[in-house]
Design a protein around this ligand. Structure first.
Ligand SMILES: [Cu+2]
Length: 126
């Protein structure tokens, strides 16, 4: 085996590894972010910029939830966040924190999205 061939094999292996990493990064299992607890209420801050970050929020079922949205962009796409399950629709002015309080949740998944439903996130209550 010539050193040249060895380098080629190495380069190919790195390439395959990178592809694997990218696939895992985009499509691999996502755990979501657990809401922090402060005196009985669970809170999580969500940044809105081309998407919701985090876009999966894990909360305890049976306790009220407070979400703090801050939209860091001016794109009209995300100017509203809609929680269909709760009949909640809030305007998110750029760089202003908007608090969304939700009642204690039954275990399950609750989606939120921009008004056109293009950008999505979800609450997972356990
Ligand atoms: Cu949108």
């Amino acid at each position: 085996m010539t050193p040249h061939l060895l380098v080629q094999i190495l380069v190919n292996l790195i390439g395959v590894g990178l592809i694997g990493f990218i696939a895992w990064f985009h499509w691999g299992p996502r755990k979501g972010v657990k809401a922090a607890s402060t005196d009985g209420r669970q809170e999580v801050a969500i940044t809105v910029a081309g998407g919701y970050s985090p876009d999966i929020v894990v909360v305890d079922a049976g306790r009220p939830v407070r979400l703090r949205f801050t939209r860091k962009e001016t794109s009209s796409c995300t100017e509203r966040v809609v929680f269909e399950d709760f009949d909640i629709s809030r305007l998110l002015p750029t760089n202003e924190e908007v608090v969304v309080d939700l009642p204690a949740l039954e275990p399950g998944e609750y989606e939120f999205a921009c008004q056109m439903g293009m950008i999505r996130g979800k609450l997972v209550a356990r």
